[in-house]
Design a protein around this ligand. Structure first.
Ligand code: NDP
Length: 309
């Protein structure tokens, strides 16, 4: 019987742990942590993500504001807005919601965020701290996955972890975080040969690919721990038939689309010793870790480690 790793439950634990740290900051620094979200243009998916981030911040008592420049803003104008946020003392954390419109130099913007306020941990300075094993702000999704594994007391040290995906947002930081926990780590990508064989060697398999249910039973070693980062909308009925059980197929027929991860849901349930579902696995952890990172940035900037409370 495989264990379902409940991201919602872990999210709630992390949020509960945030509250006393926010109270500590209020008591000792005289202000709540401050998060600024930069949302350029009107991408509907980005608007939904940003709303849920600011809603969670409000629920916890974190000050947040959303800056919403028009999609026509230039790179230089956006850089100026980032500089203003960098210099505002009450803003501890800056999040630039991606993707940016294609005419904006995304890397230039991300580089302009002050590393101590880089709440997503994407700045090369923070990536360098991660790669060299020094404390710093860690990318939220992979940091949340480590929290999930630890809170379910799933051993990482000495295990063979295979990460499929090498993006700056998920794959690479995930690999470094697993390495920091003493896993033996293999990173795979679109040019990896014999992906199936490599994945089947994993004690811990993390899929961060963006391909609906690419990881099927033949990729999973029986008893492995499988973490599914992927979020893919399936709209093709033939694809849905390959992926979903009859009861979920009925839901698909009604809605016309369904969310699925990078891992085949039926196969993982049958083979893994523990796995994250989609939805309800990795997704909820990302926002919780964003809140934790905002607090951490505020603690560092005010010189107030939680031990002072
Ligand atoms: P990217 O597109 O940036 O990276 C995908 C990675 O997968 C690349 O390294 C790519 O290889 C690799 N890849 C693509 N196709 C294959 C293949 N056929 N075989 C092996 N490797 C392959 O995506 P992200 O890392 O940003 O996101 C990955 C998934 O995670 C997406 O579904 C995204 O929506 C989801 N996500 C979920 C989050 C959450 O909170 N749950 C947060 C962030 C992302 P190469 O480098 O060679 O191109």
């Amino acid at each position: 019987m495989s264990q379902l790793l409940d991201g919602n439950a872990v999210r709630d634990q992390i949020k509960a742990e945030c509250r006393p740290r926010i109270e500590c900051l209020l008591a000792h620094a005289g202000r709540a942590p401050g998060l600024a979200v930069v949302l350029v243009g009107e991408n509907p998916a980005s608007q939904v993500y940003v709303r849920s981030k600011t809603k969670t911040a409000a629920e916890l008592g974190i000050y947040s504001e959303t800056i919403t420049p028009d999609a026509s803003i230039t790179t230089d104008e956006l850089l100026q807005q980032i500089q203003v946020l960098n210099s505002r003392p009450e803003i501890d954390a800056i999040l630039v919601q991606l993707p940016l419109p294609s005419h904006i130099a995304e890397q230039t913007i991300l580089l302009a965020v002050a590393p101590e306020k880089d709440v997503d941990g994407f700045h090369p300075y923070n990536m360098g701290l991660l790669a060299t094993g020094r404390p710093g702000l860690r990318p939220c999704t992979p940091a949340g996955i480590i929290q999930l594994l630890k809170r379910y007391q799933l051993p990482i040290s000495g295990r063979h972890a295979v990460v499929v995906g090498r993006s700056t947002i998920v794959g690479k930081p995930m690999a470094f975080l697993l390495l920091a926990e003493n896993a033996t780590v293999t990173i795979c990508h679109s040019r990896t040969r014999d992906l199936e064989d490599v994945c089947r060697q994993a004690d811990i398999l993390v899929a961060a690919i963006g391909r609906a249910a690419l990881i099927t039973g033949t990729y999973i070693k029986p008893g492995a721990v499988v973490v599914d980062v992927g979020m893919n909308q399936v709209t093709d009925p033939a694809e849905a038939e390959r992926i979903f059980r009859p009861d979920r197929l009925a839901a698909f027929a009604k809605r016309g689309s369904m969310l699925v991860g990078d891992v085949h849901p039926g196969d993982v349930e049958r083979l893994a010793s523990a796995y994250t579902p989609v939805p309800g696995g990795v997704g909820p952890l990302t926002i919780a870790m964003l809140m934790q990172n905002t607090i951490e940035a505020a603690e560092r900037r005010t010189g107030l480690p939680p031990s002072q409370c």
